[in-house]
Every structure is written in C-alpha cells, then in structure tokens.
Design a binder for this molecule. Structure first.
Ligand code: T3D
Length: 279
C-alpha cells in the first residue's frame, strides 16, 4: 500500500484520508491516517464511501484492494472524533452512536457488501473494531503474519458493529463469535486463518506480492459470476435446501444467458484464454 513519506508544505492541501489508484483493472484504496493507525473519522468514512462508489461505477475496475498506510490496517472508530467521543463535561448530552453508524458506516459497509467486483482486504498490523469488521466484509482477507484482529468493542462497552454481528458467526460459528465479541482479545493472523476468520495468513514480506497476485487473478475472471456466488452463498445461509436450489436455478438461468458464459465455453473449446466483460 502507498506509504506517504512527504510532509505537505503549508500552502499544499493535506493529503486525502483515503488514497485511490486504479491501474490495469485493479483499484487500490489505502486508508491514510497513519498517525492514528488509520482510525476512522466521519470525513474518512465519507472519502472511503466515495472511493468505493467510484470503483463500483467504473467499468474498467475488476477488483478492489483495501489496505492501510503506516504500521496498521485500521484501529477502528477514531475515539477522539467529536462525532463519536463522549462529551466528558458534567451534564453534557451523550453521543448518538446509532446516528454515526447509520449515516457514516452503513453506506461504506453496504457498498462493500454489494460491490460488483471482488474485494480484497490486505491486513498488515492491527485491524481493530470497525476496522476489523470492514476488512472481514471483503470477499478475501489476506494478512501478514504479524497482523492481528481485535473486536475491541467490549473494552469500551459496545457490541461489534460495522456488520460484525452478521459476519462473525457466519465466519467462525457462534461459540467463537461470542468469545471474540465478549473477550475482546487480540487474535493473531495465523490463528485467524486457522479458525476460518480470514482467507490466508502469509509472511509479512510476501503480503503485498500475494495480494497483488490474487487481484491479478481475479481481474481476469468473470466478475458477474463471482459476485453472484458471493450473493448466493450469503443468502443460502438462511434458506432451506430447496429454496437455495431454486435460487441457484434462477441465477444460473441469468448467467447462462450472459456474455461471459458463451465466451467461457467458446474459449474452452478454442483452447484460448477467455475475455470476460460482464459486471
Ligand atoms: O464508538 C463509536 O463511535 C461507535 C463506533 C464504534 C466502532 C469501533 O470501531 S469501536 C472500537 C474503536 N477502537 C478501539 O477501541 C481500539 C483502540 N486502540 C487500541 O486498542 C490500540 O491502539 C491498538 C490495539 C489498535 C493498537 O495498539 P498499539 O499499542 O499498537 O498502538 P497505540 O500506541 O495504542 O496507538 C498508536 C496511536 O494511535 C496512539 O496515538 P499517539 O499516542 O501516538 O498520539 C493512539 O492514541 C492512536 N489510536 C489508536 N487507536 C485509536 C487511536 N486514536 C483514535 N482512535 C482510535 N481508535
């Protein structure tokens, strides 16, 4: 991920809180508040939403990678952001966290959940609180061996948010989801991989290379089918076998009539690499 090294001169605009770079079909988004371990402010969440929206509506983008600048992925909500921090003065009204989560986190989490192309979270260092759960909301989570995941919420009297209550039991089952939420212990990337919370843990030195290899592979694949697989699997978790089967019939009918299926079969018969275009 991009690591900002230059200090802006006083007349320069400050760097954005989310860096975005698209090349050869891969959109790389970098959370860029390294001084606070990429903790989320309302401004940063707005920028992240805008960047995801731009990637979602850019037909040249076929894969999105999300990572963090500096030594961490993200420390979750910025606890000093006035939108979230309790006003410690005597008699001051309590903050409305629901409003913050609904207005600032929900658009980001929903956009990630419904991206028309595969998404990869590239986690080095810690991913805590909402930072962990936005990462876990990506299709693939790949982490360096010194990375870690922390459902920090219980330490400050909250529950997992940013989609955490939906994601955690689906990823690791109820007993482990409860332990992660209630004990709020840091989980190493290796252990996260072992329990199925994330896709892969790799050597720190190989993290960027492995993530890029995965993105390059995904950009050549049929995006519409990959996204339909995500949606179908997510939906099937609350369906009967027959409902899931019937949903497969519907989706396969749609995909079978799309360009990518014809192209995939033709390319197979012609013994050449297919060119997929559907999104
Ligand atoms: O509350 C709501 O608004 C509702 C929404 C909630 C969503 C959430 O995400 S709640 C959970 C919020 N996150 C946390 O509670 C995590 C807090 N941070 C930590 O526990 C630790 O910082 C870490 C385990 C993430 C990393 O520890 P370590 O030892 O590697 O780093 P550090 O020294 O604690 O932090 C480095 C700097 O980042 C430090 O600033 P300084 O002293 O160098 O100026 C620290 O204050 C800052 N920082 C870390 N996390 C946050 C933060 N600043 C603001 N908000 C943070 N969440």
């Amino acid at each position: 991920m991009t690591d900002p090294t230059s200090t802006p001169s006083p007349d320069q605009a400050p760097p954005p809180d989310v860096l975005s770079h698209t090349a050869q079909g891969i959109c790389t988004l970098t959370l860029n508040r390294p001084q606070s371990l990429n903790a989320f402010t309302v401004k940063m969440l707005g920028e992240l939403h805008q960047a995801l929206e731009a990637a979602a509506t850019d037909d040249s983008v076929r894969c999105v990678m999300l990572g963090g600048a500096g030594r961490a992925f993200s420390a979750g909500q910025d606890l000093s952001d006035p939108a979230a921090a309790p006003d410690l003065r005597e008699g001051a009204p309590p903050p409305n966290l629901g409003k913050l989560i609904h207005n600032a986190y929900k658009p980001v989490a929903m956009r990630l959940h419904t991206m028309p192309v595969p998404t990869i979270a590239v986690v080095h260092g810690v991913a805590a609180g909402s930072g962990a759960n936005l990462a876990l909301g990506c299709d693939f989570v790949i982490a360096g061996q010194s990375g870690s995941f922390l459902q920090a919420f219980a330490k400050i009297g909250l529950i997992p948010d940013a989609g955490g209550t939906w994601l955690l039991p689906r990823l690791v089952g109820r007993p482990r989801a409860l332990a992660l939420a209630m004990l709020a212990e840091k989980l190493s990337a290796k252990e996260a991989e072992r329990m199925g919370l994330i896709w892969r843990c790799v050597e720190d030195a190989g993290l960027q290379g492995e993530a890029s290899k995965l993105a390059q592979r995904l950009r050549g694949m049929p995006s519409a089918a990959l996204v339909a697989a995500r949606q179908s699997i997510d939906r099937a978790l609350t369906m009967s076998f027959e409902e899931a089967f019937d949903a497969e019939v519907k989706t396969q009918t749609r995909l079978g009539q799309a360009h990518d299926y014809t192209e995939g079969v033709r390319a197979f018969l012609d013994k050449r690499t297919p060119t997929f275009i559907d999104r």
